[in-house]
Design a protein around this ligand. Structure first.
Ligand code: MTE
Ligand code: MO
Length: 384
């Protein structure tokens, strides 16, 4: 494999693996702005970055269970109505390192920053599928359990040198409200998406784990059932704590979809502070387009709690399910507390469907180390 073409990256990124390149920003960078700059957006790769030489000759082939397969060039995609969707992408393995402290898990060791919030610009997949005669809101009655498969060009060792791929149900793909995009823009850069994030075209599936948002899209296939690739069938699935590598049966679980948690970003796992007023801030995110109803913060290890204030765009009060809120995006939170002694600070969120975070990571340990949704804890040491 050839990594010599990989793009330059920001020197402050914390590198978890160099080849393939996997890196996350320092956690403090996440709360510095609601929209994460692309250079600080986590990079999760499984192979060298594919390089497209000529964007005008680049095309996506749409085929499978369709009457007339179609080759789509960028100009065909640029012609469709353009949408900007603010969506948080998060790797299912975010916070894996903390889970591996309970018992060893398999996967890239992420701290808390395998997550970012960006404004994605592109065509809606529902509009693209209409070009080959697939109607909006394609019903299961009419189309059965069909999926749309997204296939890339990167060569992954997990796929024995084949490309990264994933799929979503046709019903989600053809629902304009699901906001699934073929994105050619990130954060308003005109016709530009960084090489690391999928140039020239990537899928963005809001509200589900990042693994479905296939970068460097090459093929769209309409298939009869979900994608049988490694990353759908043998990777991002959550097992109960009793399952180990000897008794695992991948077929017993569905691919994982969504995740939810809150994380303190203004403090490291262990920080030294001067006693007094301390600002505690972080992010909270729920899958499936649900809002964040509340974020509770404790400065005594979880004995007593106070409510943090929540916001997305500055100056606009955040209310979940409100027309001004970005339903696919994270919510930042902030609270100031008097801290006089060394203690443990904890954060937990409640979403608009009343989902709560589990208290202990031990209770949700799983061998792939995914979806560590447990209360986030940091320690502070008061130095007088
Ligand atoms: N698409 C391709 N082609 N190759 C990949 O390795 N990684 C997936 C997904 N799409 C991947 C991919 C995973 S696991 C995640 S979490 C997101 O992309 C990460 O997107 P980002 O690197 O833009 O943050
Ligand atoms: Mo991921």
């Amino acid at each position: 494999s050839d990594y010599s073409q990989d793009p330059p990256r920001h020197p402050s990124l914390l590198i978890n693996a160099k080849q393939p390149f996997n890196a996350e920003p320092p956690r403090s960078a996440l709360v510095a702005s609601y929209v994460t700059p692309s250079h600080f957006f986590y990079k999760r790769n499984h192979a060298p970055i594919p390089i497209v030489q000529d964007i005008h000759r680049y095309s996506v082939f749409l085929s499978g269970l369709v009457e007339c397969p179609k080759q789509l060039f960028m100009k065909d995609i640029w012609k469709l109505p353009k949408y900007n969707v603010t969506a948080t992408l998060q790797c299912a393995g975010n916070r894996r390192t903390a889970m591996s402290k309970t018992k060893v898990v398999k996967g890239v060791g992420w701290d808390v920053s395998a997550i970012g919030n960006a404004i994605w610009g592109g065509a809606k997949l529902s509009d693209v599928l209409e070009l080959v005669g697939i109607p909006k809101l394609a019903s299961v009655t009419q189309f059965g359990g069909r999926h749309v498969e997204f296939v890339s060009v990167d060569k992954c060792k997990e796929e024995n040198g084949g490309p990264y791929k994933a799929s979503i149900p046709l019903s989600q793909a053809t629902n304009p409200q699901a906001d699934v995009l073929l994105a050619y823009e990130m954060n308003g850069e005109v016709n530009e998406i960084d090489l690391d994030h999928g140039y020239p075209l990537r899928v963005v599936v809001p509200g589900v784990i990042g693994a479905r948002s296939v970068k460097w899209l090459e093929d769209l296939n309409i298939i009869a059932e979900e994608c049988q690739g490694f990353f759908m069938q043998k990777d991002y699935k959550m097992f109960p704590p009793s399952v180990n590598w000897d008794n695992i049966n991948w077929l017993t679980r569905r691919p994982q979809w969504i995740s939810q948690f809150s994380v303190i970003c203004s403090l490291e796992d262990v920080s030294t502070i001067k006693p007094g007023k301390i600002k505690i801030s972080g992010y909270a995110v729920s899958g499936g387009g649900r809002g964040i109803e509340r974020v509770d913060v404790s400065v005594d290890g979880g004995k007593t709690w106070m409510e943090a204030s929540r916001f997305q765009k500055s100056g606009v009060p955040y209310m979940s399910e409100h027309s001004s809120s970005d339903k696919w995006a994270w919510v930042l939170f902030e609270v100031t507390a008097d801290i006089l002694h060394s203690t443990e600070i904890v954060a937990k969120a409640v979403d608009s469907a009343a989902n709560v975070q589990p208290e202990k990571v031990e209770d949700i340990w799983n061998l792939r180390g995914i979806l560590n949704t447990s209360w986030h804890r940091v320690k502070v040491q008061a130095s007088h």
